[in-house]
Design a binder for this molecule. Structure first.
Ligand code: PEP
Ligand code: MG
Length: 926
C-alpha cells in the first residue's frame, strides 16, 4: 500500500518559525546553491529529475549563519523543522528513526555553495544504538554488517562531535585484528565487533566525560551542530583563504537516509566522472568497490576496480548508471562528478557536481560540447580558465618523476614563480659558459644571483633561469617570459657564490656545483636537484585550443599584441595570434656580444664626436634588427605590416658597463700584485668612467627619455635605424606602420623636445626615400606625473602605452627588483603576529603581477580619460607585465584600452581573458 506523503508537518513547523530553514530534497533545485549549498542543490535537482536518490532534506546555509549569530545555538525553528522533515523521510522510506523493528539511519553531511572537498565534517550511520542495531540485524540477517556499521558510527561521531582522538580507536581495532589473526577490518568476526562496540563507547565516554548518546534525536542534534561548527575549523578557513571563498557563506547540512554498499556482493559504492578529467575523452571514468562503504574507496585499503568492470559485476546497475550519467551531463550541460551506492542490487545516486579537470581536458571538453551541440561557443569560451591555456603551452614536469623527486627529498628550495614552464639542465653560473655549452647542445639552467642585460646571451640558449634575488618584474623574469623560458626568481633559499661557481641551500649541507643537474618549475617556483624529465607542448597540434581561441576572438574588444625584442619572438607571437608588437625593448639588442664593446665605447665617449662615431657603428646593427622585426610582422599574403611599437633606449647606461664593485676588486688586485701596466691603466680608466656614472637610485636616475635629451645623438641613431629599416622594406613593396615610443616621460616638455629631434630625422629620411614614412609617435605612461598630466602629454602623442611595471614601482614606491624578495611576498602571504591566530595580510595580491586597481588603476583610468579629452583619436595600450594577467586584462577592458601587449606565450591567454572580460561586461550591461 503506498502511503500518501504530504509536506504538511514541515509546512506547519515553518509557519511557527521566523523563516523556512529546512527544505526536503523534493523542494529544492539546482539554482538554490547559495541557500542549500552545492550538494543540497545537486541532490534536490536529481530528486526532481526522478533519479533514485535516497530521501532526505537540507538545512540551509542561512541556518548555519543564524547559528553563529545566535551564539552557537540553533535559531528558533531549525530543530523543529528538521524533526518535521525527518518524519517525512520516515514515511518516504517506510522506516522509523530510532525504531527497533525497521530503523532509519541517516548521513549528516556538510555542503557549501563552493565545493570544499574534505574540509568539513560528515557523520554516517547516525540513528544506531543498542536497540536499533538489533533491528538492523533482524532486517539484514547480517550481524557482522550491523555491528560494523555501529562501530563505524561511534568512531565517526566521537571524532567529530566529541573531539575524541581517532587514534584511540585505531589502537583497539588493530588489537582485535591481531588477536583474530586477520589483516583487514572486513575480516573481523561479528562477535569481536560486538565487544569492540562496548569498548569504543567506553573510550568515547572517557574522553567526553559523558555517557555516549543513545537517544537518536540527541545524536542528530549534536551532529548538525558539529557540521555547522566545522564551517569554521582551521582547515576550512585556510582552504577558503587560499581559494578566495568568502567566509560568510555558511554551510548547508544534508540529512539523508543511509543506503549501504556493504551488504554483500550485490552492493557497492563508487565515484565516476562523465568524461575523463585528465584528457577529456568522452567516456565514463571512475572506480568502485563491491561490498564497501564510501570511505573504503578513499581509504585505499582495498584497490577499487575501474568503472568499466561494473558492466560484468552488475550489468543492470551499470546500464542504469550509464544512462543516468549521460542524462545528468545533458541536464547540467557540463562534465559531472558522480557518487553512487548500490544496495542489494539497487542503484542510488548520492551526488552530482561539475567535475574538476586539468587544462587539456578543460579545453577538449568545452570544444567537444560545442560540437555536440550541448553548449554554445560563448559558453565554451567562458568555461576555460585562462591560466589553463597558459599551462597547456608550456613544458611541464612528468608527474610521476616529480613525485619521485619529492619522495627522494630532492626539493631544494622554493622561489618566486616568475615565468612558468619546467626545465632541467646543468647548473651554470655565468652567461658565457652557458652560451658555450648551450650552443653545443648541452641543456643548461643559468643560475645567477640576479641577471642583468649582459647575461642575455646566456639566457638565450639556456633551458631555464634561476636567480637568488629579484622579483616578478626583475630583468630575469621579464626576459624569461619574453623568451617563453621557465624562470624561478628571488629564490632566497639558496646562496649563489659566483666565484666558486656553486650555490648552497640555506639551512642544509647541500651544495650544487657547476655542471650538477638541477630542475626548475617556473609555475610553482620549485627547484630540485637532479633531472626531472619534462613533457613538451606544441601549439600547432593544439587544434581544440585553436578553435576555442578563434571563438574567443569573435567576442573580445581588446586587441592582443605582444612584447617581442627579437624576430623569432615576433614570429612566435604571430603564430599565437598576436596582432601587433606593443613593445620592442631596443636595449636588449645592444647586449649581443659583438655590439656590447661598441655600446660601451659610445657610453664612455668624452666628446659628442666620439659618441657619434660609435653610434655610426651601431646603426647598421640596429637597422638590420628592426628590419628583422618588421619583416616578421608583415603578412606574406597582403604585404601589410602589423603595427610595431619600438621603444627608444630606456635603462640606466651603467647597465651596459661592467660592475663598479668588480672593477674595484680587479684594479686593487692588479695594484697589489703588480699586474700588467697597460691592463691596469685600462681598468683604472674604466673604473673612473663607471664610477662617474654611478647613481644611488638608478631606476629614478639618468634613464628613459632623459638619456636621449642629454645625448640626442642616441635618439637620432635609433630613429634613423627604425625609419631607415621601414624605408628599405617599403621599397620591397611592404606597407609598414612603425610606432616610435618614448619611455619614462614625466613632463610634456620632455616629449615635445624628443618629438622635435625625431621629426627632423624623419624629414631627412623622407627626403632620401623620396616619400614620407607613415610612422606614429607616442609615449609610455609609467610615472604618476605622466598619468596626472596626461591631457598635456596627449597633445604631443599619437599613442600611450601604460608601462605598469614602472608605474607600480613608482606609485607604491616599491623597488621592482628588490621588493618581492625582501618584503612584498610576505605582505601577500601575511605576517606572523605573536598572539594572533591568523597571519596579517597587508596586500591581497602581488601588485607587480596583478594590477592594483585601487591605486595604480586609478592613475591609468585618469590618464585614459584625460588623454582622450585632448586627443580623442589617441590609441591606448598597456605593455607592462600586467598585459598578460587575466584580472588586469579585465581592468584594461573596463577602462576602454584599445589593446593589451604581453609576452608571446601569454598571447593565447590574453585572447581568452579579453573575450571573457568583454562577455562579462556585456552581461553586466544587460
Ligand atoms: C614598464 O615599465 O611597464 C615597461 C613595460 O617598461 P620596462 O619594464 O622595460 O621598464
Ligand atoms: Mg618601464
Amino acid at each position: 500500500m503506498t502511503q500518501q506523503i504530504t509536506h504538511s508537518e514541515l509546512d506547519e513547523a515553518v509557519k511557527r518559525s521566523p523563516r523556512k530553514w529546512v527544505y526536503l530534497f523534493s523542494e529544492g533545485n539546482a539554482s538554490m546553491r547559495e541557500l542549500l549549498g552545492g550538494k543540497g542543490a545537486g541532490v534536490a535537482e536529481m530528486t526532481n529529475a526522478g533519479l533514485p536518490v535516497p530521501p532526505g532534506f537540507t538545512i540551509t546555509t542561512e541556518a548555519c549563519n543564524g547559528y553563529y549569530d545566535n551564539n552557537r545555538q540553533f535559531p528558533e525553528g531549525v530543530w523543529e523543522q528538521a524533526k518535521a522533515a525527518l518524519a517525512i523521510v520516515e514515511k518516504q522510506t517506510g522506516k522509523g528513526f530510532g525504531s527497533k523493528e525497521n530503523p532509519l539511519l541517516v548521513s549528516v553531511r556538510s555542503g557549501a555553495k563552493f565545493s570544499m572537498p574534505g574540509m568539513m565534517d560528515t557523520v554516517l550511520n547516525l540513528g544506531i544504538n543498542d536497540e536499533t542495531v538489533l533491528g538492523l540485524v533482524a532486517l539484514t540477517g547480517d550481524e557482522r554488517f550491523a555491528y560494523d556499521a555501529y562501530r563505524r558510527f561511534i568512531q565517526m561521531f566521537s571524532k567529530i562531535v566529541l573531539d575524541t582522538n581517532p587514534q584511540d580507536f585505531e589502537v583497539v581495532l588493530e588489537r582485535y585484528k591481531h588477536e583474530a589473526g586477520v589483516k583487514t577490518d572486513a575480516e573481523i568476526p561479528a562477535a569481536d565487533l560486538k565487544k569492540m562496540v562496548t569498548e569504543f563507547k567506553q573510550i568515547a565516554e572517557r574522553a567526553s566525560g559523558q555517557p555516549f548518546p543513545t537517544d537518536v534525536y540527541q545524536q542528530l542534534h549534536k551532529a548538525i551542530e558539529a557540521v555547522f561548527s566545522s564551517w569554521n575549523n582551521k582547515r576550512a578557513i585556510d582552504y577558503r583563504n587560499f581559494n578566495k571563498i568568502p567566509h560568510n557563506l555558511g554551510t548547508g547540512v544534508n540529512v539523508q537516509s543511509m543506503v549501504f554498499g556493504n551488504m554483500g556482493n550485490n552492493s557497492g559504492t563508487g565515484v565516476a566522472f562523465t568524461r575523463n578529467p585528465a584528457h577529456g575523452e568522452k567516456k565514463l571514468y571512475g572506480e568502485y568497490l563491491l561490498n564497501a562503504q564510501g570511505e573504503d574507496v578513499v581509504a585505499g585499503i582495498r584497490t577499487p576496480s575501474p568503472i568499466s568492470k561494473l558492466e560484468q559485476d552488475l550489468p543492470d546497475v551499470y546500464q542504469q548508471f550509464l544512462e543516468i550519467a549521460q542524462r545528468l551531463e545533458k541536464h547540467y550541460r557540463d562534465m559531472q562528478d558522480l557518487e553512487f551506492t548500490v544496495e542489494q542490487g539497487k542503484l542510488y545516486m548520492l551526488q552530482t557536481r561539475s567535475g574538476k579537470r586539468n587544462a587539456g581536458a578543460a579545453v577538449k571538453i568545452a570544444v567537444d560540447m560545442v560540437e555536440e551541440g550541448l553548449i554554445t561557443p560563448e559558453e565554451a569560451v567562458k568555461r576555460v580558465e585562462p591560466s589553463q591555456v597558459y599551462q597547456l603551452l608550456l613544458p611541464r614536469f612528468d608527474e610521476a618523476e616529480k613525485r619521485r623527486a619529492e619522495q627522494e627529498g630532492r626539493l631544494l628550495a622554493k622561489g618566486l614563480n616568475a615565468s612558468p614552464g619546467a626545465a632541467y639542465g646543468k647548473a651554470i653560473f655565468d652567461a658565457d659558459r652557458a652560451e658555450e655549452l648551450g650552443k653545443a647542445g648541452t641543456p643548461v639552467v643559468l643560475v645567477r644571483p640576479e641577471t642583468s642585460p649582459d647575461d642575455v646571451h646566456g639566457m638565450l640558449v639556456a633551458k631555464g633561469i634561476l636567480t637568488a634575488r629579484g622579483g616578478a618584474t626583475s630583468h630575469a623574469a621579464v626576459v624569461a617570459r619574453g623568451l617563453g623560458l621557465p624562470c624561478v626568481a628571488g629564490c632566497e633559499g639558496i646562496r649563489v657564490n659566483e666565484e666558486q661557481h656553486l650555490f648552497r641551500v640555506i639551512g642544509s649541507d647541500t651544495v650544487i656545483k657547476e655542471g650538477d643537474d638541477i630542475s626548475i618549475d617556473g609555475a610553482t617556483g620549485e627547484v630540485f636537484a637532479g633531472i626531472i624529465k619534462t613533457v613538451d607542448a606544441d601549439f600547432d597540434k593544439e587544434t581544440d585550443l585553436k578553435k576555442l581561441l578563434n571563438w574567443a576572438d569573435e567576442f573580445r574588444k581588446l586587441g592582443v599584441w605582444a612584447n617581442a625584442d627579437y624576430p623569432r619572438d615576433a614570429k612566435r607571437a604571430v603564430t599565437f595570434g598576436a596582432q601587433g608588437i606593443g613593445l620592442c625593448r631596443t636595449e636588449h639588442m645592444f647586449m649581443e656580444q659583438e655590439r656590447l664593446p661598441i655600446v660601451q665605447k659610445m657610453i664612455l665617449s668624452k666628446t659628442k664626436e666620439e659618441r657619434e662615431a660609435a653610434l655610426d657603428q651601431l646603426l647598421p646593427f640596429q637597422q638590420s634588427d628592426f628590419k628583422g622585426i618588421f619583416s616578421a610582422m608583415v603578412d606574406p599574403q597582403t604585404n601589410e605590416g602589423y603595427p610595431v611599437v619600438i621603444r627608444l633606449i630606456d635603462p640606466p647606461l651603467h647597465e651596459f658597463l661592467p660592475s663598479y664593485e668588480e672593477l674595484l676588486v680587479e684594479v686593487t688586485r692588479l695594484e697589489t700584485q703588480g699586474g700588467h701596466e697597460e691592463e691596469l691603466a685600462e681598468k683604472r680608466q674604466m673604473l673612473e668612467a663607471v664610477g662617474a656614472m654611478r647613481e644611488m637610485n638608478p631606476m629614478l636616475g639618468l634613464r628613459g627619455c632623459r638619456l636621449g635629451l642629454l645625448f640626442p645623438e642616441i635618439n637620432v641613431m635609433q630613429t634613423r635605424a627604425i625609419l631607415g629599416a621601414a624605408a628599405e622594406l617599403e621599397k620591397e613593396g611592404k606597407k609598414l606602420h612603425p610606432k616610435i615610443m618614448i619611455p619614462l616621460v614625466g613632463h610634456v616638455n620632455e616629449l615635445k623636445e624628443v618629438r622635435r629631434q625625431l621629426e627632423a630625422v624623419a624629414a631627412e629620411i623622407a627626403k632620401d626615400a623620396g616619400k614620407p614614412i607613415d610612422y606614429k609617435f607616442g609615449t609610455m605612461i609609467e610615472l604618476p606625473r605622466a598619468a596626472l598630466t596626461a591631457d598635456q602629454i596627449a597633445s604631443v602623442a599619437d599613442f600611450f602605452s601604460f608601462g605598469t611595471n614602472d608605474l607600480t614601482q613608482t606609485t607604491f614606491g616599491y623597488s621592482r627588483d628588490d621588493a618581492e624578495g625582501k618584503f612584498l611576498l610576505k605582505y601577500v602571504e601575511g605576517l606572523e603576529e605573536p598572539g594572533l591566530k591568523d597571519k596579517v595580510k597587508i596586500l591581497p595580491v602581488n601588485p607587480f603581477q596583478t594590477l592594483d586597481r585601487d591605486g595604480v588603476g586609478q592613475l591609468v583610468a585618469m590618464a585614459v580619460e584625460k588623454g582622450r579629452k585632448t586627443n580623442p583619436d589617441i590609441e591606448l595600450g598597456i605593455c607592462g607585465e600586467h598585459g598578460g594577467d587575466p584580472d588586469s586584462i579585465e581592468f584594461c577592458n573596463e577602462v576602454g584600452l584599445n589593446y593589451v601587449s604581453c609576452s608571446p606565450f601569454r598571447v593565447p591567454v590574453a585572447r581568452l581573458a579579453a573575450a571573457q572580460a568583454a562577455l562579462s561586461r556585456a552581461e553586466k550591461d544587460r
